[in-house]
Design a protein around this ligand. Structure first.
Ligand code: ATR
Length: 289
């Protein structure tokens, strides 16, 4: 937050950026909290990301969010990545202090806070199975390790990517991490307290999710980080089998809150009204499509 709170402004950078819901979320909070700041989407092509970050300290922005495909590149360009950013090698939130750029990654925080809201018993679990091994998967795995999960199975089509995460995070976490192909998934579900989809498989509404949940531990919680559609193929399947499910929208809302507080000085609340506001927009876009 700068001294003149009235004129603070923040951004989200990405390429492409027009699908980002972050301006809606932050715009809602600015209006609700009657803060005179602004939050704008800025399209930055990969060739221009270096210069954008170089000019940032003198740009007048208090900070901003970073999304695909810039999270890793920007991590390497900033002055002070915090411990989580260093572990993940990626940032999604930037702020300025004394003309220097600080950065963190709030995706894991958002993931956990969403589960706290809708399935607080997740904190009693010990074993998680994570489907996927991309950037989002890394944030989720690191957060679960820090939250006390002692056993995490990482399942990925390309096992080498899962193995790379297990190798990299093992020294950082007191968690047993193992890498597997999808053919092993069914067997691994037997001791799973928390099942997480981080793959893009959930984005195609019309498919049957390629996993049999018959073996999943009773009382397991099933969650998906995809929120378009809100009811993903995995969540549909889990609901049919009467498992507790948590959709991915709350992760988007919660990951935004720490940045807003940094730039505008007030910690915003994640309310049912905000959720409804974003849901209406998602539904509108789905109808247009
Ligand atoms: P993000 O950074 O958002 O996590 P990503 O790095 O593109 O995105 O990762 C997408 C994940 O979805 C990967 O785990 C990918 O598996 P691979 O590493 O084998 O590519 C997974 N994924 C995407 N489409 C898939 C499919 N049809 N079947 C299985 N896994 C898929």
């Amino acid at each position: 937050m700068t001294d003149n709170n009235q004129s603070d402004s923040a951004f989200v950078i990405g390429w492409p950026i027009k699908h980002s819901r972050s301006p809606l979320v932050h715009g809602y909070w600015l209006k609700y909290l009657k803060i005179q700041g602004t939050y704008e989407a800025v399209a930055v092509v990969p060739e221009n990301i270096d210069i954008f970050i170089k000019l940032l300290p003198k740009s007048g922005f208090a900070g901003g969010n970073v999304t695909v495909p810039h999270k890793e590149t920007v991590y390497r360009l900033i002055d002070h990545p915090d411990e989580i950013a260093q572990a993940l090698g990626a940032v999604n939130t930037l702020w300025l202090e004394n003309g220097e750029i600080h950065g963190t990654n709030t995706d894991g925080y958002g993931f956990c806070a969403n589960l706290d809201d809708f399935a607080p018993k997740w904190r009693e679990g010990k074993t998680a199975t994570i489907l996927g091994a991309g950037g989002a998967s890394r944030a989720v795995i690191y957060a679960l390790g820090k939250a006390g999960y002692t056993n995490i199975h990482i399942i990925n089509r390309t096992i080498l990517r899962a193995q790379a995460i297990a190798d990299e995070f093992s020294p950082l976490l007191e968690t047993s991490l193992s890498a597997h192909g999808w053919e092993e998934a069914t067997a691994l579900l037997a001791d799973t307290d928390l099942l997480v989809n981080t793959t893009s498989i959930g984005m195609d509404e019309d498919i049957e999710f390629p996993l049999d949940l018959a073996n999943l531990k009773p009382n397991a919680i099933v969650t998906d980080i995809v929120y378009t559609p809100l009811l993903t193929p995995l969540l549909k399947l889990a609901k049919r089998k009467n498992f507790k499910t948590v959709d991915g929208l709350g992760m988007l809302l919660h990951q935004a809150a720490p940045g807003f507080e940094k730039w505008f000085g007030t910690r915003p609340n994640i309310t049912p009204a905000l959720r409804q506001y974003i849901l209406s927009d998602l539904n509108k876009k789905a109808t247009v499509k």
